[in-house]
Design a protein around this ligand. Structure first.
Ligand SMILES: [Zn+2]
Ligand SMILES: [Zn+2]
Length: 388
């Protein structure tokens, strides 16, 4: 990429070139882009597979309380897959750029930004927060009264740049000095912080409790296993992938295989002397609901973190009453939980599990791989890698 020299009038003070040349995607000829243009992944038609393409779009202009982030890495969440496949439509802005697991470098700060400066390395939470409402001021930025989902209601990180509120970003320079890179850092909020917050604050797991994690080989599950183990739980890790058995034990789980013929609740009961588990962290949702419910002990907490199918389930409410059970939802992550996850990574208490990285131009391959449920851990896009 030919970038204008530093003293050129065609270079902005933020360092973003006004003009640059780059190889045309799929070709060899170079072409000159207008200034403030970036590559972004767009969903042209949702489906299985979706029609995806990488297009040139304007670089967003950050508002007064926003910063422009140069995206170095952005995790490919199951949420993005559900939007790409057309399963999830509610609240999705038309033509939105997906991706909420963003790690990058501050390129330019808006006029009223006080907490961040160009060059800072940052990680985003999942919601663009106002920084002023009661929830933001109370440490619940992820439930901001006027919050908008990043990569859902507004543009996200499957692009070279993204504009985000400074109140939705966590500076991670200190943690990264300890060795983690920005590709690992893309996982600090979702799935790591999400899993940690669900295990610690929602499930309130105590040392010695038995905790079942479903979808344990997936991007969220593999970190929920670690979060529960870090809190001192005995973790029973449920996976439907035989090839993932053996991978989960080093992360703190005793492994259980779930198949169409093999209901995992039988094994959970067998492994707990028919007591059941104190907590089920369910990352899968309706397809496993009956097994998850049957695995739950008296006074148990069923924490729902994911719903892959969007279908209703059947439950006699009396069963909740007689079991003294609690059914809890958990999603999103506060900045404090992201900082905690990052600190745990730098202390070696949790490990970001990245399956592999992709260029934006390889999104079709990434979609097929994530849909196959084969990867152990997260797939991560590196938008700065050019697709020529
Ligand atoms: Zn996510
Ligand atoms: Zn707010």
């Amino acid at each position: 990429m030919g970038i204008a020299p530093a003293n050129s009038p065609h270079r902005t003070t933020s360092g973003i070139p006004r003009h640059y040349t780059a190889p045309a995607v799929g070709g060899t000829t170079e072409r000159v882009y207008d200034w403030r243009v970036m590559r972004a992944l767009t969903v042209d038609q949702p489906g299985h597979p979706p029609a995806l393409s990488v297009k040139d779009v304007p670089i967003p202009e950050p508002g007064p309380e926003e910063v422009l982030v140069r995206v170095e890495a952005c995790g490919f969440c199951h949420h993005d897959l559900l939007v790409m496949s057309g399963t999830l439509r509610r609240g999705v802005a038309p033509g939105v750029i997906l991706g909420h697991e963003i790690a990058g470098v501050v390129e330019q700060a808006g006029g009223r930004v006080t907490g961040l400066k160009p060059g800072d390395r940052v990680v985003s939470i999942l919601t663009n927060a106002c920084g002023k409402c009661g929830r933001c001021l109370g440490g619940q930025e992820h439930r901001c009264r006027s919050g908008v989902g990043i990569g859902h209601g507004r543009d996200g990180g499957f692009a070279e740049y993204v504009a985000i509120s400074e109140f939705s970003l966590v500076r991670v320079d200190d943690q990264l000095n300890d060795g983690a890179d920005l590709i690992s850092a893309a996982l600090f909020a979702c799935p790591m912080g999400v899993a940690l917050q669900a295990a610690q604050d929602v499930a309130q797991i105590k040392p010695g409790e038995t905790v079942v994690v479903t979808g344990a080989g997936g991007g969220l599950g593999v970190h929920a296993v670690q979060a529960a183990a870090s809190l001192g739980a005995r973790v029973l890790a449920v996976t439907s992938s035989p090839e993932k058995l053996g991978s989960l034990a080093p992360l703190g789980g005793e492994e259980i295989l779930h198949t169409a013929e093999l209901d995992f609740s039988e094994m959970v009961l067998a492994l707990t002397e028919d007591e059941g588990a104190a907590v089920v962290l369910d990352t899968v949702g309706s397809p496993l609901f009956q097994s998850a419910w049957r695995s739950l002990a008296q006074f148990g907490r069923l924490v729902l973190l994911g719903e892959v199918a969007g279908r209703p389930v059947e439950l006699n409410l009396a069963e909740i009453i007689f079991r003294d059970a609690r059914v809890l939802g958990a999603s999103g992550v506060s900045r404090a939980s992201v900082s905690q996850a990052a600190a745990m990574v730098s202390r070696g208490e949790m490990k970001p599990v990245v399956s592999r990285t992709f260029r934006l131009e390889e999104a079709g391959t990434a979609f097929a791989l994530l849909a196959s449920r084969q990867p152990l851990g997260r797939l991560v896009f590196t938008p700065q890698a050019n697709g020529g």
